[in-house]
Design a protein around this ligand. Structure first.
Ligand code: SF4
Length: 374
């Protein structure tokens, strides 16, 4: 089929090989730069592989973000959400507010709380343990997807505790899965520019591996389209690929396109407008060709892309729509184009229009629930 398309011989050869095996690092670096007919051939190949590997189901989870504080000491250059301690807009939710938000989500069928926030200056492992127990005591059947490698790192230091011991305590208190956030771009060059106070590359890798080795799976993320070079996107994906080959602990890959408009680095003159639409599609398609079934689930972030472009991305190698979210204040602060709260009906409509089957899942992609008709 590919030899009938007006595409370059090199692209054709790589895509034909990609039907049978994961693409190499070098070929990924080539494909992430193609355009025109070559780009459409890449997308078609990724969509074909998606169907072969995970079929036609598009999954998502009924979940709720609980952003328990916006106070943060880290000050990432891309973040429009964080506030300083004492800022007029700074907040920390109290127990009652956290439980009220959780309770409302459970009334709407939530299966997961996404417990996220800024890095409080004195947050320690005991504080995170307290938050987990607070939610698990009231809602034992709802999974908790919580914290980030940077939050764990800083809290472990405050508690004078090893990362391993920290995860043991948090798992016992009810941490089901870890967001693989704070990854941004896993090159120290980019991190020095956008998040110098965050964990460096090797620390991020060690924390994620420790999480997996302690029986806490995590997502894998990439936040791209800011100061990184295109080849750093592939370098990042290759790091994730190596971790997954070792631990098998990633539940999904979540590409997160940079939302520039309200970010400090954009406001202060680093005029990066984020990734373009075709760059987004190439990231999805190349990810499918690199990971195949090693990380079978590739998630579209509708909250960052909007519903229309999320649907197009589902046709470029992805098979998951994330969650209903019930509010995502980090994305809201960055200017989420279609809001931060989706209904099951909204997500299902996008999927059905692609002639694919919407289906609810749990946090670990181990249980699936048919969508009730509406
Ligand atoms: S992205 Fe997270 S760690 Fe960075 S400033 Fe924002 S809240 Fe803090």
């Amino acid at each position: 089929m590919l030899d009938k398309l007006p595409i370059s011989l090199k692209t054709q050869k790589i895509l034909e090989k990609a039907l049978d095996e994961p693409i190499s690092y070098e070929d990924a670096n080539y494909l992430i730069n193609v355009n025109g007919s070559d780009l459409f051939a890449l997308i078609a190949t990724a969509d074909y592989l998606r169907k072969e590997i995970v079929g036609n189901n598009v999954t998502f989870i009924n979940n709720c973000n609980i952003n328990f504080t916006n106070i943060c000491t880290v000050k990432c250059g891309f973040c429009a959400f964080a506030r300083d301690l004492g800022d007029v807009e700074a907040y920390i939710l109290n127990d009652e507010e956290i439980l009220q938000k959780a309770s409302q989500a459970v009334e709407h069928g939530a299966r997961e709380f996404c417990l996220m926030g800024g890095v409080l200056p004195d947050a320690d492992i005991e504080y995170y343990e307290y938050l987990l127990k607070l939610l698990k005591n009231e809602f034992p059947n709802v999974a908790i997807h919580g914290f980030s490698p940077t939050m764990i790192h800083d809290a472990a230091i405050n508690s004078e505790m090893s990362i391993d011991d920290s995860f043991k305590i948090l798992k016992k208190a009810g941490l089901d899965t870890l967001p693989g956030t704070a990854a941004e771009i896993l090159t120290d060059r980019s991190r020095d520019l956008i998040c110098p106070s965050k964990v460096n590359v090797s620390t991020w890798i060690n924390i994620v591996k420790a999480s997996h080795n302690n029986g806490i799976p995590s997502s894998a993320t990439i936040m791209y389209g800011h100061v990184e070079k295109i080849e750093e996107r592939v370098e990042h994906l290759d790091i994730l690929r190596k971790i997954q080959a070792e631990t098998k602990g990633f539940t999904e890959l979540i590409p997160m396109t940079f939302m520039h408009e309200y970010s400090p680095i954009y406001k202060t003159g680093e005029k990066n407008l984020g990734a373009t639409g075709t760059q987004d599609l190439k990231l999805y398609a190349v990810s499918r060709l690199m990971f195949r079934d090693l990380i079978p689930n590739i998630q579209v972030s509708w909250v960052k892309m909007g519903f229309k472009f999320a649907q197009v991305s589902l046709a470029s190698g992805a098979n998951d729509l994330g969650g209903t979210l019930g509010g995502d204040e980090l994305s809201q602060a960055s200017g989420a184009p279609d809001g931060v709260d989706a209904s099951i009906e909204q997500l299902s409509n996008i999927v059905k229009d692609l002639d694919r089957l919407p289906i609810e899942r749990n946090s670990k992609y181990s249980e699936f629930y048919p969508i009730k008709s509406y």
